[in-house]
Design a protein. Structure first.
Lengths: 329, 102
């Protein structure tokens, strides 16, 4: 039975050391991990402490200007292209200097503790996941309409006044549009709960700009090994980069990790992801997304031409239990 | 000269909300970008679905006029939300329930 094969008898003891690929970033789990805040309300206190030097809106405005200047040598994501987007050059994401968006509406399909959320999806992405459900807009930074931070912030405020619990900035990948995202933040109420929905492929300078800006990092951990990441998303060095980002996010904000369960990738992707999370981010909130469907260019890969089977779902949940993950709905 | 966006890459906003669904042969429905009105519709089709009940609780509701202000100009969706069967085929929620109600 596949589950019996998948579930390691002592995952925690094997989570570090011998079982890890060379180059993976591993926390020393002998040090107790500080308990993360468990709710947005608790998080609010922490974020206020993080924002100590100035109100978030002021910091965001300053950082938006800084980020805008950094477009002259863009290194927002781990691709580290260094292109001058202000001069019309484009890197692997193909994004220019101006952000566009392809969706902005109140939604209820995200984590229960975050909804209803006013979700703003910026066009373009630095990854090329063949199975991307929003591939047409995520791969094309020119999709959608021009992003007006002021107008969008006005709509976000209306949504909040109408009952939306959070404001979520996503993509595509919002990291490639840091100037616009930070300008948007600068125009939102200080008390608004802000969610940064990301592929966790940000660079160190990008993270520094984001520090204290968002209450929750809602971060994808898509692939459990670099071979799948290269094959399905054309991305090198995936695990090192994502793990580094997740560890950083956990220390600087509330973190929710998402994994989209994919057909044929329980053993190669979900299992190592679950194992790493158990060893390095014990107790972190994890949302195992079960609704994969073959979209965009998924059919380029034989195993992605179908849905996740019931057996695979059951195995994935079994693994989560085995690793004592903190699954959230 | 800057090339104007093609029709393929830009569909102007029409003031509508947008959600995406995939209806499976066995009656299950997968949903992306679920908005409140669509969630309510699906909930009416299958009132016993606990996932929708949770997502439509009083705490999770927003005023309709706010929801209606925004429109996705293009095909969208990224939050993969498995939904239990709707309508006449009410099989067990084999895929969705273990995850969203865990």
């Amino acid at each position: 039975m596949i589950c019996a094969k998948l579930v390691s008898p002592s995952p925690r003891s094997e989570a570090r050391g011998e079982g890890q690929e060379e180059g993976q970033l591993i926390k020393n789990s002998t040090s107790p991990r500080p308990s993360p805040p468990t709710s947005l309300a608790e998080r609010e206190t922490g974020v206020q402490q993080t924002r100590r030097s100035a109100p978030r809106s002021v910091l965001a405005r300053e950082r938006a200007r800084t980020a805008g200047a950094m477009l002259a040598e863009c290194r927002f994501c781990a691709h580290d292209c260094g292109v001058n987007r202000l001069a019309g050059e484009t890197g692997l994401c193909h994004a220019g200097a101006k952000a566009r968006f392809f969706s902005a509406q109140v939604e209820v399909s995200d984590e229960l503790e975050l909804i209803p959320t006013f979700a703003v999806a910026l066009s373009g992405c630095d990854l090329r996941c063949d199975f991307c459900i929003t591939g047409a807009s995520s791969w094309n930074p020119r999709a959608g309409a021009g992003f007006d931070a002021g107008a969008m912030a006005a709509q976000a405020r209306m949504a909040l006044q109408g009952g939306a619990r959070t404001v979520m900035v996503l993509g595509g990948e919002p990291t490639i549009h840091l100037p616009a995202a930070l300008e948007f933040v600068s125009l939102l109420p200080e008390t608004a709960k802000l969610i940064w929905k990301t592929n966790a492929h940000a660079s160190v300078p990008a993270r520094e700009l984001l520090n204290g800006m968002f209450d929750v990092w809602l971060a994808d951990f898509k692939f459990g090994n670099d071979a799948c990441a290269r094959r399905l998303a054309k991305i090198p060095d995936y695990n090192r980069v994502v793990q580094e980002n997740l560890l950083w996010a956990d220390e600087h904000s509330e973190l929710i990790v998402r994994h989209l369960l994919m057909p044929g990738h329980v053993e190669c992707c979900w299992q190592p992801v679950a194992q790493w999370l158990a060893a390095n981010l014990p107790g972190v909130k994890v949302n195992l997304r079960a609704g994969f469907w073959p979209a965009w260019h998924a059919a380029r890969h034989a195993e992605l031409r179908r849905l996740v089977s019931t057996r695979e779902n059951d195995c994935a949940v079994g693994l989560a239990r085995e690793f004592n993950l903190n699954l959230i709905p | 000269m800057k090339k104007p966006p093609t029709r393929k890459s830009f569909r102007p906003s029409g003031g509508n909300l947008e959600s995406e669904f995939l209806i499976l042969p066995d009656g299950r429905i997968l949903a992306h970008n679920l908005t409140q009105p669509f969630a309510e519709l699906l909930h009416q089709l299958n009132p016993t679905d606990e996932q929708f009940a949770a997502r439509l609780s009083r705490r999770n509701k927003v005023e309709a006029d706010v929801t209606g202000h925004y429109a996705p100009p293009g095909k969208s969706g990224r939050a993969d939300l498995p939904v239990s069967p709707a309508g006449r085929q009410r099989r067990p929620t084999r895929v969705s329930a273990p995850f969203l109600n865990h």
